[in-house]
Design a protein. Structure first.
Length: 80
């Protein structure tokens, strides 16, 4: 039963991440669901998936795992 719930959470994360730019969100959802499942069971899997989906990117950035994608600086033309 636990494996089915974890697989459903990972599948839901993949469904919610249609673009390659949102692939990190699917990974964060799966990791959150797996951690919640191990600690608190099925209810923890759902809660962990929600936390992973919503706050996973911020947590990864704060731990230095994920970097922000920075755009190159814009050049401003000055009319002299």
């Amino acid at each position: 039963m636990k494996i089915t719930i974890a697989a459903a959470a990972v599948a839901a994360g993949l469904v919610f991440a249609p673009a390659a730019a949102l692939a990190d969100r699917a990974v964060n959802t799966g990791l959150g669901a797996g951690a919640g499942l191990l600690v608190f069971g099925p209810v923890g899997a759902v809660a962990g998936a929600v936390v992973g989906y919503t706050a996973g990117n911020g947590i990864a950035r704060s731990w230095g795992v994920s970097r922000r994608h920075r755009k190159p600086p814009r050049r401003v033309r000055h009319n002299d």
